[in-house]
Design a protein around this ligand. Structure first.
Ligand code: PLP
Length: 209
């Protein structure tokens, strides 16, 4: 299982690397590419599915389409692999309502494309602004969130929460000491987040305007 782009780091493995992994493992291994954030990265590995029958790609309506509540996703894979999978998934796993929503969304990609462009430009703005805040180490991202490191994740998380801003702590994960993850919001939400984060980390500067 390889989430690419990855969560919660937001980093991306280019196609050559993924292909190296597939070849290195050999055809006895099923490789599942989780492309939940693929639309934000502008990446699409379906071409590998055509070339490698042991590779599957998973997609979700939860992220770029903002339809997590619909609980809808799909997989792309060789028909033989799909046949094996069908033996273990629940019968009637998808409702008629879910299918109807999926069909509507696929028929209207304009909405999808506009939304992704907005998230990507706000992500780059947020990244640039976070880089300028003393006490923040921000990591580049190809997704709709940014991972960043502060000295004390617990204190910063609490202080943001007190201002009704919810970020996710990631500091329990290996190699992510001090890390928090923020989702890219609207420009106004992002500005508020930046303002409060700056004030929490650099109270002196904030007090003096
Ligand atoms: C959100 C997410 C998914 C899919 O979530 P569902 O809402 O269950 O479709 C899959 N993989 C990763 C890495 C995700 O972040």
């Amino acid at each position: 299982m390889l989430a690419n782009p990855a969560a919660p780091t937001g980093n991306f493995h280019p196609r050559e690397e993924v292909e190296q992994l597939i070849n290195g493992l050999g055809s006895n291994w099923t490789v599942v590419l989780d492309e939940a954030y693929g639309l934000f990265a502008g990446s699409d590995f379906r071409e590998l599915i055509r070339r490698y029958p042991q590779v599957a790609s998973l997609r979700t309506f939860s992220k770029a389409l903002g339809l997590a509540g619909v609980r809808l996703g799909f997989g792309l894979m060789h028909p033989e692999l799909a046949e094996q999978l069908r033996k273990v998934i629940m019968p009637f796993s998808l409702s008629a309502l879910q299918s109807a929503v999926g069909e509507e969304v696929i028929a209207a990609p304009e909405y999808l494309i506009a939304r992704i462009a907005d998230v990507r430009s706000e992500r780059e703005r947020l990244y640039a602004r976070l880089q300028k805040i003393a006490g923040v180490e921000v990591f580049p991202s190809t997704t709709n969130f940014l991972l960043f490191r502060v000295t004390d994740a617990a204190i910063v998380h609490r202080a943001l929460l007190d201002e009704k801003i919810l970020v996710r702590r990631q500091d329990h994960l290996p190699a992510l000491a001090g890390c928090l993850r923020v989702s890219v919001g609207t420009p106004e939400e992002n500005d508020l987040f930046l303002q409060i984060l700056s004030a929490v980390l650099n109270p002196e500067a904030a007090n003096h305007g």
